[in-house]
Design a protein around this ligand. Structure first.
Ligand code: FAQ
Length: 340
């Protein structure tokens, strides 16, 4: 960390009864403020405010949990995909999501909380994951709607996160976004093929879009007025756009793409208001959103039961990996003693 000139740094406000900040904290805060003002990056060994570390740990770990829980609705369809080629593509996509979870847990760990602890928070029902994965995937067309709408919303949200001020998170997002872009295209292609198929196939595609449209718009989070974290996260250059700004971009994008699909969005009010310079879409049911993120969505219980079961079933793998690591460490220690 670059040394800061302490005399030129305004002293942080000290509340009554609180200890005065140390010289290291004062210098650290000054360095942090300068990095953020220069739109540069904070790295794991740099000083950072406790609240910055906390909000990033929250967001990055919630994001990691979403990738892992998000494997379930699609994994359920691998055996039922309509051809070998479709199975292979879907399996690759689900594996990619597992990889995203792993990059994100690694990024979160650099903030100081071990992965086991983060994972336990999920298993205990104390950590959130994206609302969207609490909706069921009922038909094959839902694989198309998830790819097109859910991965599409994920890209709209995550491309700006490639510039997040925390280095490990921003770098993880670069690779994730490349893979998400393949995911979105595979979803679009599934819907396009169904839309050009029999009337029943086209209807199945339309039904899937109808069911996933509003939940996909809710992925961007509550409206700006009701988003407690946005302002500070934007001031810290973690988020680059507000929830509503990103929702706007996304709805504008899909309003055009749906025409190529030959389908419609279930939103008769959807139009671009030239005077206001924004898209007008239907009101979203924010009570439903609150219910879903507080555990009362259609599939919350099922998703968490499946995750806990998978964790239990993986016990022997973790034990074997630990035993192997201990054996390797003992071998290395013996070699070092022998070499001394
Ligand atoms: N679901 O103050 P804000 C994917 C929570 S990955 C659940 O606006 P913030 C890939 C929020 O955490 C999808 N909870 O919060 C894939 C906060 O909780 P708190 C995941 C939500 O953080 C595709 C509270 O509400 N993507 O899809 C949701 O500034 C297919 C107040 O909200 C990410 O995580 C929600 N939708 O903004 C995988 C992206 N929205 O404080 C498999 C990174 C809000 O009580 C298959 N995250 N909450 O703990 C972000 O960009 C932000 O965290 C937001 C929320 C935009 C999600």
């Amino acid at each position: 960390m670059a040394a800061a000139n302490l005399q030129s740094v305004p002293q942080p406000q000290q509340a009554q009864g609180e200890e005065a900040p140390s010289a290291e904290d004062v210098a650290g805060q000054a360095y942090f403020d300068r990095v953020i003002a220069e739109d540069s990056r904070i790295e794991p060994r740099d000083w950072m405010p406790a609240a910055y570390r906390k909000t990033l740990t929250r967001q990055v770990s919630q994001h990691a949990h979403s990738e892992i829980i998000g494997m379930q609705p699609e994994a359920n369809w691998i055996t039922r995909a309509p051809s070998l080629k479709r199975k292979a593509i879907l399996m690759a996509k689900v594996q990619d999501e597992a990889g995203h979870g792993l990059y994100l847990y690694s990024a979160a760990e650099t903030l100081g909380t071990p992965r086991d602890v983060l994972n336990q928070q999920l298993l205990d029902g104390k950590a959130k994951y994206s609302s969207i994965f609490n909706y069921p995937a009922r038909t094959w067309a839902d694989m198309g709607a998830i790819g097109w709408l859910v991965d599409g919303a994920a890209i709209a949200n995550q491309v700006p996160l490639c510039r997040a001020s925390y280095g490990p998170y921003g770098r993880a997002m670069v690779r994730i976004c490349k893979e998400e872009s393949f995911h979105q295209r595979q979803g679009f292609e599934i819907l396009l093929e169904l839309s050009n198929g029999t009337p029943a196939q086209k209807q199945m595609a339309q039904d899937a879009v109808n069911r996933f449209y509003a939940p996909a718009l809710m992925m961007f989070g509550p409206p700006d007025d009701d988003s407690p974290n946005s302002k500070q996260s934007m001031a810290w250059n973690i988020k680059r756009f507000s929830n509503d700004e990103l929702r706007q971009r996304f709805v504008g994008m899909i309003a055009e793409q749906v025409k190529v699909l030959g389908l419609t969005l279930p939103d008769p009010e959807l139009h671009y208001d030239e005077a206001a310079g924004r898209w007008i879409h239907k009101d979203l049911d924010w009570q439903e959103f609150k219910d879903v993120i507080s555990g009362k969505g259609p599939c919350n219980a099922q998703r968490m039961a499946r995750r806990r079961e998978a964790h239990e079933n993986g016990t022997w793998v973790r034990e074997a990996a630990r035993a192997y690591a201990q054996k390797q460490a003992a071998k290395r220690a013996a070699e070092e003693i022998g070499a001394a």
